[in-house]
Design a protein around this ligand. Structure first.
Ligand code: FES
Length: 188
């Protein structure tokens, strides 16, 4: 501790000791310098050990990210009477179901430019992205703007209960591949 005497105040009285210096002094007087240093050492040691143990305990609980499942049921084909773009699942699942005379497919509502969510304009027969102006036709092909690829299609199949099962974790956007296999559900 600093033992340098403080300069006297202008009126000649001794300067008042700071509250913390006062506290240290009282502690030293109370338990003796040696005991005081010993107790301080132990306090430091246990504080350090406690912090170390806590930080290690943290590793017993791994970081688990609970993400919503990518698979959902979209009802039965007969539930959809109208042909065209079905907006029902856009808000909750970020997909459009599309009904054609031959069957169903599912478009992921994520622009292939920078990931914004496009909107469907029925009168114009196209999806338009509000961010940088990419346009897509109802197949998902780019017809304007900077998007480099068609919209992705999600895997779609019929479950044993007759409901369509959409898997947003399996995607395809190549013409030819996207119209068959797991990415198109024929109804005819
Ligand atoms: S994110 Fe859609 S055009 Fe840029």
């Amino acid at each position: 501790m600093d033992s340098t005497p403080s300069a006297p105040t202008p009126d000649g009285t001794a300067p008042a000791a700071s509250p913390s210096a006062d506290l240290w002094k009282r502690l030293e007087e109370r338990c003796g310098r040696r005991q005081f240093l010993l107790k301080s050492g132990w306090l430091f040691f246990w504080t350090f050990l406690g912090g170390w143990l806590l930080s290690n305990l943290r590793y017993l609980f791994p970081n688990v990210l609970y993400e919503p499942t990518s698979v959902f049921k979209a009802g039965k084909p007969k539930d959809y009477s109208e042909l065209g773009i079905i907006e029902k699942w856009k808000k909750t699942q970020r997909v459009w179901l599309v009904k054609t005379p031959q069957g169903f497919y599912c478009l992921w509502a994520r622009c292939t430019h920078l990931g914004c969510t496009p909107n469907w304009f029925d009168a114009e027969g196209r999806f338009k992205c509000p961010c940088h102006g990419s346009n897509f036709n109802k197949d998902g092909d780019v017809i304007a703007g900077p998007a480099p690829k068609p919209l992705w299609r999600c895997a779609i199949q019929l479950g044993s209960d007759g409901q369509m099962i959409i898997d947003k974790g399996r995607l395809e956007n190549r013409p030819g591949s996207r119209e068959k296999g797991d990415f198109f559900l024929p109804t005819t």
